[in-house]
Structures are given as structure tokens and as C-alpha cells.
Design a binder for this molecule. Structure first.
Ligand SMILES: [Zn+2]
Ligand SMILES: [Zn+2]
Length: 415
């Protein structure tokens, strides 16, 4: 009896309603986030909006304040649901390493004998807007990550256009839910401003009405004060996040890339100009999910190995543009924590007098989630007996330029 896909799911996700809803493993934080939104709005409706309605406005205008607060909160909650309960853009795992990428080599081992080894190139190059971008092989998902894709260590999945894993919504933010996430954060900002200003307005009316001081008005409506403080603090958080993501959208970066580009001083090949970037984020069609969580698993699944290897915009002129020529330098897209770990390790090794055992623990903690490696490949690779193969190799079968830049064994050596 075959089970459904979500029942045998290898990622750390939680499913609800028979696989109709998918959450991250930390979705327990969602009720907490809901409380942070619903509690202040309820207090606002009961202690501020109703009084404003009875005492200071005509019925229609008074009702509007309450109705706007409730409807806008519902809107925010719907956006939260769209962000956290659906597939963020998970790339389905392969059941086997891509066979056409495997390299069979005979190399001399340390004792002088010829030892056959199987290896998979750690990276390969794909073209993005005419610029070669290096993509990495994911050991856990057994696939070459598409450009901008990264493996979320919390959910244990490769996610397309991975932005970050948001603990507040308990879900990855990726290609399919980024716009909803942004709309959620920006709407929450507006809600904070609304609650703050309406509470301040109530205090102002109380002052004018009783001809009293601001302190007397605040004593008269302590909930207004509490709500103003709460929404002011929240505003710094969600407002700051909105501003940061507005900058990211205008430059077509993900949070992850922003972190990487800054540290590596890299070129952003995805930046197509501010208005085009906004159009891409908000006006493009939401990619359909590549997973059917409710589908029945097949007994003998077919080998799903091919990955599209070009992400070129059709009709894009490669030559002639000076800007493109400048960009035509190698741009890495190693959205992978592995290299961070490697750097961290090298850095900490270089540091004097630090405790090596302590470094080890730190590094191991960072690696949590990527421990589910492909044992077949790992065990077959002989350590330390292979040099880096740097000669470009064209993959004619896939119809695109795929150059092998570094062998798996070389990467192993670097560790
Ligand atoms: Zn992966
Ligand atoms: Zn995640």
C-alpha cells in the first residue's frame, strides 16, 4: 500500500489536513505570532475604537475606525497564512545522484595501486543572463541547486530563491511566498501606525474634552497608553524590516545574497533596474509548486536527474553590451553554508590561542541539518589522493555550457 508523499517526506516539515498545508518544523511559533497580532487589536477594538465611536464621531465614521481595524487585521492574518502554510518553493529531492554527472576515474592511491573512484563535481556553471554563475551540488537533496537556491538547515530542503528562514512565521521565505511575506510585514507596519495614531487620537480627544492634562487623559485610558507603547516598539521591528526588504527588492537581492555579497564583494547579476526588480517581485506569476504532497508515492520511482542548466533570458544579447562584458566575470552562486563553515574553520584555525575543541563544536552546530549526506558517494571518494581538476568540460548532452570547476574530491581535501 503506497503512502502519500507528505507521509514519507524527508524534510523536517510539519503537515496539516492530509498534506494540504505545509509548515516549517518551528511552526509552533505561529500561535505566538498570532497572539502578538490579535491581542493588541482586540484590546484596541474594545478599549479605544468603541469609545472613539460612541463619544467623538458620528456613527458611520466611528464604525469605520473599528471596521478598518478588524478588516485590516484579517488581511494581515491572511497574508501570514499565505506565507507560512504553503510550499515556499521546495526543490524535490532526487532519489539518486544525477548519473550523467558522475565521473569515474582511476587514480593512484597512497600505496601505489590503481583505485577506481566515483565522484560528483561539487559545482558546475550555468548561465544567468549571459553571465556564468557557479551552482553547487546538494548532498542531501542529490541535485545541483538552481541559481539562488539554497538548502535550509531548519527545514532540511533546498528552496528556490531562498531568502531566509523566518522563525516568526515558522517557514522558509522563498520564491513562492516572498511577496506575501513582504506584504505581511509591510501591512503589519501599517497596522502598527494605525493603532498608534488612533490611540493617540483618543488621548487627544480625552484631553480636549475634559480640558485636562495629558497625564489625566492617560490615566483615564491606560489601554491607549499600553497600545501606543506596544505599537511603537513593534513599529521599529516590522517597519525596519519593511525598509530593509524594500531595499532588497529594489536591488533584486535576497537576504542571504545581501549577506554574501557584502562579505564577498560580489556582483549582483539579477539586478535589472529598480522598476523591473519590483515588477519581478510583485507582478510575475507565482511559480507553481514542484511538490504534490498529497500524491501517492510510487513503488519504483523513476530516476529524476536532469536539471535545466540554463537560465538565460530569451533574446538576451550576450555581446555588444559593455556592462554585460564587465559582468562576464565569474560569479559564484554558492548559496551554501558549507563554504561559510570552511571559511570559519580556516579563520578559527588561524586564530591563536583559541580552544580547538570549542571551534569544533561551533562548526558542528552550524552543520546541523546537512548531516543527511549521500553515503554512496562520500564513502567511495578516496580522500587526499586526487588533485583539483580545473580543465573545463563541456556537457554537450544537456545542450548547454556546463563547465566543471572543482571536483568533489578537491572540496573534500579543503576541509
Ligand atoms: Zn538541499
Ligand atoms: Zn526553512
Amino acid at each position: 500500500m503506497a503512502g502519500r508523499v507528505y507521509e514519507t517526506w524527508k524534510g523536517s516539515n510539519k503537515f496539516l489536513f492530509g498534506g494540504r498545508l505545509i509548515f516549517g518544523p518551528d511552526a509552533w511559533s505561529l500561535p505566538f505570532t498570532l497572539l502578538l497580532i490579535i491581542t493588541p487589536v482586540t484590546l484596541f477594538s474594545v478599549f479605544v475604537a468603541t469609545h472613539l465611536r460612541h463619544e467623538f464621531f458620528s456613527n458611520t465614521a466611528g464604525d469605520a475606525i473599528l471596521v478598518v481595524a478588524i478588516l485590516f487585521t484579517l488581511f494581515v492574518l491572511i497574508l501570514l497564512f499565505l506565507t507560512s502554510a504553503r510550499d515556499p518553493g521546495i526543490v524535490p529531492r532526487n532519489l539518486h545522484p544525477p548519473e550523467e554527472e558522475l565521473c569515474y576515474e582511476t587514480t593512484a592511491s597512497t600505496d601505489g595501486r590503481q583505485a577506481p573512484t566515483v565522484q560528483i563535481p561539487r559545482t558546475k556553471e550555468v548561465m544567468v543572463y549571459g553571465v556564468p554563475v557557479r551552482v553547487k551540488y546538494c548532498d542531501t537533496c542529490m541535485l545541483y541547486r538552481p541559481p539562488r537556491c539554497s538548502h535550509c538547515s531548519i527545514c532540511n530542503n533546498c528552496v528556490e530563491r531562498f531568502d531566509h528562514h523566518c522563525p516568526w512565521v515558522g517557514q522558509c521565505i522563498g520564491v513562492r511566498n516572498y511577496r506575501f511575506f513582504f506584504m505581511f510585514v509591510s501591512s503589519a507596519t501599517l497596522l502598527c501606525i494605525y493603532v498608534f495614531s488612533m490611540s493617540a487620537l483618543y488621548i487627544k480627544f480625552l484631553m480636549d474634552n475634559n480640558k485636562g492634562t495629558v497625564w489625566r487623559a492617560m490615566r483615564e485610558s491606560p489601554w491607549s497608553v499600553v497600545l501606543m507603547i506596544y505599537s511603537f516598539i513593534s513599529l521599529w521591528f516590522v517597519g525596519g524590516l519593511t525598509g530593509f526588504h524594500l531595499y532588497l527588492i529594489s536591488t533584486n537581492q535576497t537576504t542571504y545574497e545581501n549577506f554574501r555579497y557584502r562579505s564577498d564583494n560580489r556582483i549582483n547579476v539579477y539586478d535589472r533596474g529598480c522598476s523591473n526588480n519590483f515588477r519581478e517581485t510583485f507582478c510575475s506569476k507565482v511559480k507553481p509548486s514542484r511538490n504534490d504532497f498529497r500524491a501517492f508515492t510510487r513503488e519504483e520511482p523513476p530516476r529524476n536527474t536532469t536539471l535545466a542548466t540554463t537560465w538565460e533570458r530569451p533574446g538576451e544579447e550576450e555581446e555588444g553590451s559593455l556592462e554585460l562584458e564587465e559582468r562576464r566575470q565569474k560569479v559564484e552562486d554558492d548559496l551554501d553554508i558549507d563554504e561559510d563553515v570552511l571559511k570559519l574553520q580556516q579563520r578559527s584555525n588561524a586564530e591563536e590561542g583559541s580552544d580547538p575543541a570549542h571551534q569544533r563544536v561551533e562548526i558542528d552546530q552550524m552543520r546541523v541539518g546537512s548531516s543527511e549526506r549521500a553515503p554512496t558517494i562520500r564513502s567511495e571518494v578516496r580522500h587526499g589522493n586526487l588533485g583539483a581538476r580545473t580543465s573545463p568540460q563541456e556537457d554537450v548532452t544537456s545542450g548547454s555550457l556546463v563547465r566543471e570547476s572543482r571536483s568533489y574530491a578537491a572540496a573534500e581535501e579543503g576541509r
